[in-house]
Design a protein around this ligand. Structure first.
Ligand code: FES
Length: 153
């Protein structure tokens, strides 16, 4: 479909872009804006690897048409924190060495950060519920839950 001009507000900056009519938010973030925190896993909204925040709510960028989120505040892993000033959740995952291959961690971290933003002291069950749609093919869920516990403590 035809290219169209859009503007996306990502990590606090607004970017004018020209994108294909069917471009997903994930494609634009990675390919046009060079933000490779969000990952392409399933492309079907089922694994969580592509998670970003849209107006503070965790959302799956692989199934969101880019044109649909104009004017919304989009935050990626890069906008959460960086090496010098990591977000408390990023720091907890680093301290806990929660990664095996690491491909799922963008989604784990972004989903956890959104959870803690509206519920700073979630119960272990709330954490499990929040992360239940985020898949880790290495099977490091135990380490991931330990990392979240660190972020909560
Ligand atoms: Fe978006 Fe799997 S890549 S949910």
């Amino acid at each position: 479909s035809q290219d169209q001009p859009i503007a996306l507000t990502v990590n606090g900056s607004t970017h004018p872009l020209t994108v294909g009519g069917t471009a997903t938010l994930l494609q634009v973030l990675r390919n046009d804006l060079g933000l490779n925190g969000p990952k392409y896993g399933c492309g079907l909204g089922q694994c969580g690897a592509c998670t970003v925040h849209v107006d503070g709510v965790a959302a799956r960028a692989c199934v969101i048409p880019a044109a649909k989120v104009q004017g919304r505040a989009i935050t990626t892993l890069e906008g959460l924190g960086d090496r010098l000033r990591p977000h408390v959740v990023q720091n907890a995952f680093i301290q806990a060495q929660a990664a095996q291959c690491g491909y799922c961690l963008n989604g784990m971290i972004m989903t956890t950060a959104a959870l803690l933003a509206h519920n700073p002291r979630p119960s272990p069950q709330s954490v499990r519920d929040a992360l239940s749609g985020n898949l880790c093919r290495c099977g490091t869920h135990i380490e991931i839950l330990a990392a979240v516990e660190r972020a909560v403590a």
